[in-house]
Design a protein around this ligand. Structure first.
Ligand SMILES: [Zn+2]
Length: 138
């Protein structure tokens, strides 16, 4: 299950709408207790995909390390990844599956005509994506 601070979610939504029709991406900073991940902040990363930003995203190892450092400064960890699907549903693609790791939350936002229309969170369980509940707080 994923708990996320309302302000962090609002930031992610604004970022996804701003970057439309490109995919936006970033990392979720928070705490992990057993299967519950609590997100306090969103760390924006540039979409480093060179030529398919409309349907691919890529986070460089350097940006990932910067996010980890930022998280540690606040006593947090990277607990997930978020990205948008311009003009596509909020379900993970095969490409997303191939790059996912267990133990992280994956928020996917569907953006249509520049507006976020839905979002869901997923976690990888035994090689498959399973939807997880999103609870807002704060
Ligand atoms: Zn995707």
């Amino acid at each position: 299950m994923l708990r996320i601070k309302g302000s962090a979610l609002q930031r992610i939504i604004a970022q996804a709408e701003r970057d439309y029709p490109h995919e936006t991406c970033g990392l979720l900073l928070g705490k992990m207790e057993d299967t519950l991940r609590t997100v306090f902040g969103a760390y924006e990363t540039p979409n480093a995909n060179p030529d398919r930003k409309h349907d691919r995203y890529e986070i460089t190892p350097e940006d990932y390390m910067k996010a980890e450092k930022k998280a540690r400064d606040f006593g947090l960890d990277v607990v997930g990844v978020y990205h948008s699907h311009p003009d596509h549903p909020d379900r993970p693609s095969q490409f997303d599956l191939e790059r996912a790791f267990e133990g992280l939350s994956y928020i996917i936002l569907s953006v249509s005509k520049g507006k976020v229309v839905s979002y869901r969170s997923w976690e990888l369980v035994e090689g498959k994506f399973v939807e997880e509940e999103i609870l807002l707080f704060g």
